[in-house]
Design a protein around this ligand. Structure first.
Ligand code: AMP
Ligand code: FES
Ligand code: ZN
Length: 309
């Protein structure tokens, strides 16, 4: 196959775009997709400050590099979850990457926050991944808000978005369907949230990271037993193989025609939010859910230590 752009030998074929690219032209394809996402969804401008959540995986590091190359004002944020033999490796990849590309990075250690994820696993009787996700989103927003950032960007790609949309649709979860999308506008106490890679698949992002020589942390979280929505992603892999472009059509069709059918619900939009007594994050009750989780971990840990001692 020949490169769609320069007619040299292509190294990657993209059936959903009816094209193929050589290693020099592929990054241009990637850049165009990110530019289109930012422009069409009005994600941010060159005058705004962007906080980019960096896990150390291919998506968030590819996003960070691409936004740097596009000249945006970016700062990285890594949350060190404190998981033995895993978090240290992810953190090292993020730190090396930011050093190498001369990028500003903030690291938040969950250990120092009094909520290392192994303690969540040990002392909270709920699936650790759900709680961990909640804790991460809480700190993304808090740090963006306190640091005066205009927007928080994450590395979610098209496969992540399609799998989540599919799961929400299977359950007809109207509350989640009403705010799923690549751009969530700011609201009282919440910064704007964007997913500039939503037009690109996992394969397309991995290919960019590989061609740009980005060293990534690829081991899955030891607590999650693999990537999230694994089964749905497999199913969509088959659909896409049989009919290239299905993923994007499903997601794009939802944004254009499906989402308007799920307006923000009265019971959530009417709630008054006030700052959390402990951390200042917006909450509908006195103390926010993350501060309550922290308190429960503290209590249950103390009880466990008392019965052991
Ligand atoms: P995941 O839910 O693990 O697929 O991650 C989705 C996105 O969340 C990533 O692309 C990152 O932007 C962000 N993210 C996940 N984990 C972390 C972390 N420990 N620190 C900072 N950002 C993260
Ligand atoms: Fe949060 Fe694994 S439990 S990343
Ligand atoms: Zn709080």
């Amino acid at each position: 196959m020949k490169c769609t752009r320069c007619k040299k030998l292509a190294c990657v074929s993209l059936p959903s775009h009816h094209s193929g690219f050589c290693k020099d032209c592929y990054p241009l394809f990637f850049t165009r997709q990110v530019e289109t996402a930012i422009r069409r969804e009005k994600m941010f401008t060159h005058g705004e400050r962007i906080l980019v959540a960096l896990s150390g995986g291919k998506d968030s590091l590819a996003l960070m590099l691409e936004l740097k190359l596009q000249g945006y004002d970016i700062t990285g944020l890594h949350i060190d979850l404190g998981i033995p033999n895993s978090s240290n490796k992810a953190r090292a990849k993020v730190e090396n990457f930011c050093d190498m590309h001369d990028l500003t990075l903030q690291v938040l250690e969950m250990e120092k926050e009094g909520l290392p994820i192994p303690e969540v696993k040990a002392f909270i009787n709920r699936p650790v991944c759900a709680v961990c996700g909640k804790v991460k989103r809480h700190h993304f927003n808090r740090i963006a808000r306190e640091g005066g950032f205009d927007v928080l960007a994450t590395g979610h790609n098209l496969d992540d978005e399609v799998a989540r949309l599919f799961a929400n649709t299977l359950r007809w979860d109207t509350a989640y369907l009403s705010d799923q999308g690549p751009m969530l506008p700011a609201a009282e106490g919440f910064v704007r949230k964007v997913k500039p890679l939503f037009r690109l698949t996992e394969f397309e992002t991995a290919n960019y990271a590989f061609l740009k020589g980005i060293e990534i942390h690829s081991a899955p979280c030891p607590y999650s037993g693999g990537a999230s929505f694994t089964n749905h992603k497999k199913l969509w892999g088959e659909l896409e193989h049989r009919s290239p472009g299905q993923k994007f059509q499903f997601y794009h069709g939802f944004l254009k025609r499906g989402k308007p059918a799920f307006p923000v619900q009265e019971e959530t939009s009417g709630v008054t939010l006030t700052p959390c007594d402990e951390c200042g994050s917006p909450t509908s009750v006195g103390t926010c859910s993350v501060c309550r989780i922290k308190a429960t971990v503290r209590e249950n840990k103390a009880k466990a230590e008392a019965t052991q001692g």
